[in-house]
Write a protein that binds this ligand. Sequence first.
Ligand code: BGC
Length: 390
Amino acid sequence: MKVTQTTAALFAAGATAAPSAKIQSRAACSSAVTLDATTNVWDSYTLHPNSFYRAEVTAAVANLSDASLSTAAAKVADVGSFLWLDSIANIAKFDDAVADLPCENILGLVIYDLPGRDCAAKASNGELAATDIAKYKTSYIDPIVAKIKANPNSAFALLIEPDSLPNLVTNSDLATCQAAASAYETGVAYALTNLNLPNVVMYVDAGHGGWLGWDANLAPGAAELAKVYKAAGSPAQVRGFATNIAGWNSFDQTPGEFSGTSDAQYNSCQNEKTYISKFSAALSSAGFPTHAITDTGRNAVTGLRLEWGDWCNVNGAGFGVRPTSDTGDELTDAFVWGKPGGESDGTSDTTATRYDSFCGKDDAYKPSPEAGAWNQPYFEMLLKNANPAF
Ligand code: BGC
């Protein structure tokens, strides 16, 4: 995410525009938070509508091309979502996000800056080279650890490095993923060990049902997560895994969206609920904690993708179910908004360095800006197609 001058200014404005009813000053949270990762913390904490997304949405409301959407659009600012710390510079977002965190809310943070990031695609290639593991530790993870330690009375949910370990399972034929493999495993283990703090609960990214849910991928996927978890010393604050982050899969559509395809017989995880159940069982055998969170931020409309693996700015999408621990499924701790809806998945500009052909496919919305940058028409589309409606 690029912080433009405009965005930064709006950010400040958004922070002060937050509704006052639920806001308590940090001093009001007078005791240290201890999260028990053997329980579902989402039963006691609400995912925080962080001030950064609030500012983006507030700006979007002011820029609506369709004014009739205004009342509905404003409500999106109150939805909890994860804040992506996607670069060393963007660790700075932490301070504003924690400043208005009510005691009953949990701040969701995405840890996302591995060396050689996004090794199987181009849209989210990061700032660190595959060899930059020392910098990842000292300039990225260590400062985040320090900030969390400085806020012992606040609760944090961490989503660890989207796509990284799944890429090592299924894309090890790519030179870019081979080059990054060691840094991914060392980096994720370092993150898990050092972020293992009492006021933190962690979920390691596990792709989605159309990725590690293939019959042949379940056991290797579980083995990969367990290997890194054990290398980290089996940290107590790891609760399990995250699925469908920035994804499009329905939680429980039956038969699944891609159940009718010719290769469906090789994938018994045709919706995220089934994937969570089956991957959880594989993780249990491998010795990894078995509970999950899943992203419902943009999965309201199905039947849009030409192929299951299409991941970039899917055209026709809508905001999905709001964050809740009321999932009806014991293994699924919570529905969360992982990807901030309205932020792009990648640019459709074919001349850009980070242009990825998936963002040019017929089912991708165009034009779209660089990954993380705000796409106003896309936000309006998500809103119009939201289910439940706003
Ligand atoms: C981008 C990040 C961004 C995140 C959330 C990712 O695809 O690479 O820069 O923060 O999406 O929008």
